[in-house]
Design a protein around this ligand. Sequence first.
Ligand SMILES: [Zn+2]
Length: 345
Amino acid sequence: MSETSLPAAPVPDIRRLVVPTPFPVGPVNCYVLLGSPLVLVDTGPSTPSAREALERGLAGLGLGFPDIEAIWLTHPHIDHYGLADEVARLSGAPVVAHAEAVPRLAGKLHQGKAGEKEALEGLLVQAGAPEAFGRDLLRQWASTDRLAATVKADKTLEDGDLVTGGGVVWRAISTPGHSPGSLCYYDPGSRCLLSGDHLLPHISSNAIMEFTEAGPGAGAAPRLVRVRSLEIYIRALRKIEALDVREVFPGHGEPFTGHRELIARRMRHYERRKDAIAKVLREKGPSTAFGLARALFPKQDQSIGQFLALSEVLGHLDLLETDGRVECRHGEGDRRSDTFSDRRS
Ligand SMILES: [Zn+2]
């Protein structure tokens, strides 16, 4: 008796275009899903060299901007979506993104939500950052705004939604943490995963400080509070770990296999960083989050780098608090900042 076999699932024809960015992370990956509809996943930032690289990459596939039939965005960070508006105009293709990404795509960096600037300033005081730090940070951010045009999403996706690209049906997987509105696209047939910055081969993805609405504020803007980005990120990482994945196509770096090993490595990295923070608190005594960021990342001398270090520390302090290893005293530091201490010292 002959064995019956199911027809093989179609394998998407995924082509990687490497596009330069002016950021320390280096170039960004955009992917073309050949087939119907022809999809461009992420676009790179809005710089002449990125646009040129994208155009050249498409030409290498015998394509031009008008051939793009849909633009899928992985997350609303400017190295990934800066050119999306221009590509949408040149191609007429709809822009697809997670619903939570929409305010970010429509606004400037860190001005996506009303009241966010004030919330950030309040949080920096709470974290023990010097007064000039917030001003400097906002100035540096404002200077990166020109690297992205605002863009309107024509179609939004939620977790579990199905979307066809390159001849196969992909499942949208909501993976917040690195950025609100972060999406991975997963094809269960070929077990390919377009991971955006949620899972990167060479660096651990920063769970960047984020705010959410927590009721009405003093004025017209709602009151915003910081969310526990790293805990949210790790939950989303576990979601990806549970998937059967053959190959990951990340937002930066080379495509790779072995996503579960990589996630296990990332989890060990979080444990080590938690230990490093607890050690600083034991050896040097109570500290603010900003003080810890300076102690752990002394080489960061630019405000954006220091902000990312602070995000990293706050995320791990959340984990340490959940573990019961660290205690927070509110408003006890200089300028009424929060101080953290190791419970065992
Ligand atoms: Zn990125």
